[in-house]
Design a protein around this ligand. Structure first.
Ligand SMILES: NC(=O)NC(NC(N)=O)C(=O)[O-]
Ligand SMILES: [Zn+2]
Ligand SMILES: [Zn+2]
Length: 464
């Protein structure tokens, strides 16, 4: 009997693990059911012509802050996931902070899942938090299906009573022991609180509150010190560790060396450390403010070099949005403005534009950093992250010969500011498909805003 497909994507340059081939992709029951040439459509098959386009696995963005509950006026699941879909992302991980309550116990996780349910365009996983005082909650969170635990070494900022707090050393050490026993993984924001707090206070006291003063208050040594401490804890506790948003090649090298000696650690960086620099902070203002801060152009170049050498494990956006008055109000000093960049919609396009087109990196390397490697690291690879038979049909069509200038109106975020508006890009996402369902097209926008599902993670077994 002839196979019948609900969807066939024809004639695209399909990005498979390690190679690109011109193939048709046949989708049945939301899964990739065939990869071949000349797949035949039935009367009710939807056909998409991908001639001249890459067909990529959807990006898996392991680091976004959607601020519900309570801070949906900053960004919510609807708008945030719409932006991700428009940017070629088919699965994401929501961080446990900037909503209130933060996701640090089961009751808070329940509120999070209620906010997300039937409000996400694409699939998602949820991080729980490790904070002072919640050691006893970690097991419940793990059983409820969080993807892992997130902790901050430096003060995360934010508003509201009960907001997310950074860990002290004891909480970090005991937390890592416990997470190791649960088989979980810790994601860590690694900047020394002692160094950044003292330098920030000094700068503000002496009226040095500009963009470069901010960068100087969070120097590379703050990242290196926190990374080295956490590596020691990982070694002693056996806790799997993932460093979020690493900003320097030196920290990447330190993590890589730890990996070489057998530690189960990985490093993420973000498009903004690869695309922007300290100069951008000065030119664009707080819209380009984040922590760790953007670095020098020399540092940015070194980060591309370690990326090309395969020492970076994955790319995530660290989309950390806020209302315009916390970023664009001229009365705020650079130190007072919100720290966090709105960028999730642009990650894949930026990485292809700069990584593949400008710097000549292999398409397969860039795609692996966006999809395959995050899936493997976080136990999603039996369903997501690659174009392979039997996996979810999470697919992106990318036009690699586009020439478009990103405008604020193109953004699906709740608040349409981003450091990338005005940038001209050489590629564009033209369609995003999640589990065989067309979620976004460049012509029609987000056509399916609410069919994304929560993938609960069971560390002992792979995700459902
Ligand atoms: N509270 C935050 O969202 N912080 C975020 N802010 C950044 N990166 O500037 C982060 O992930 O650290
Ligand atoms: Zn962070
Ligand atoms: Zn973050």
């Amino acid at each position: 009997m002839e196979e019948s497909y609900e969807l066939i994507i024809k004639n695209g340059d399909v990005v498979l693990p390690g190679e690109v081939r011109k193939l048709d992709v046949g989708v049945k029951d939301g899964k990739i059911a065939a990869l071949g040439q000349g797949l035949r459509a039935a009367a009710d098959t939807t056909l998409i012509d991908a001639e001249g386009h890459y067909v990529l696995p959807g990006m898996i963005d392991m680091h976004v802050h959607f601020n519900e509950p309570a801070f949906g006026h900053w960004e919510g699941f609807r708008s945030g996931s719409a932006a991700l879909a428009a940017g070629g992302c088919t699965c994401y991980a929501d961080m446990p902070l900037n909503g209130n309550p933060p996701t640090v116990n089961q009751a808070a996780l329940q509120l999070k899942t209620e906010a997300a349910s039937r409000n996400s365009a694409v699939d998602y996983v949820l991080w729980g938090g490790l904070v002072p005082g919640n050691l006893e909650d970690l097991e419940d969170l793990a059983k409820a299906g969080v993807t892992g635990f997130k902790a901050f070494i430096s003060n995360p900022g934010g508003e509201g009573e009960g907001r997310f707090r950074e860990v002290d050393d004891e909480t970090l050490y005991l937390g890592m022991q416990k997470i190791a026993a649960l088989g979980g993984i810790l994601a860590l924001h690694a900047e020394s609180e002692d160094i950044t707090a003292v330098l920030s206070a000094d700068a503000v006291r002496s009226g040095k509150t500009g963009a470069r003063d901010f960068a100087a208050s969070r120097p590379a040594i703050a990242e290196l010190e926190a990374v080295s401490r956490a590596l020691l804890y990982s070694e002693r506790t056996g806790c799997r560790l993932h460093f979020v948003h690493i900003s320097t090649a030196a920290a990447i090298e330190m993590i890589h060396a730890a990996k070489q000696r057998g530690l189960d650690v990985t490093a993420e960086t973000c498009p903004h450390y690869l695309m922007l620099s300290e100069d951008s902070m000065e030119q664009l203002g707080p819209v380009a403010k984040c922590a760790p801060p953007l670095r020098s152009l020399e540092e940015q170049q070194k980060l591309w070099e370690v990326l090309a050498e395969g020492k970076i494990d994955l790319i995530a956006s660290d989309h950390s949005p806020c209302p315009p008055e916390l970023k664009l109000n001229p009365d705020l000093t650079f130190f007072e403005a919100w720290g966090g960049i709105s960028g999730a919609q642009s990650s894949l396009e930026l990485m292809f534009h700069e990584g593949v087109h400008v710097r000549g990196l292999p398409v397969t390397l860039v795609s692996a950093l966006l999809s395959e490697k995050p899936a493997r690291r976080f136990g999603l690879d039996h369903r997501k992250g690659s174009i392979a038979l039997g996996l979810d049909a999470d697919l992106v069509l990318l036009n690699p010969t586009a020439d478009y200038t990103l405008a604020a109106e193109d953004l699906f975020y709740r608040h349409k500011h981003s450091p990338y508006t005005g940038m001209t890009l050489s590629c564009k996402v033209t369609a995003t498909i999640c589990r065989g369902n067309v979620v976004y097209t460049a012509e029609q926008g987000v056509v399916s805003p609410d069919k994304g599902e929560w993938l609960q993670i069971n560390y002992a077994q792979p995700a459902l």
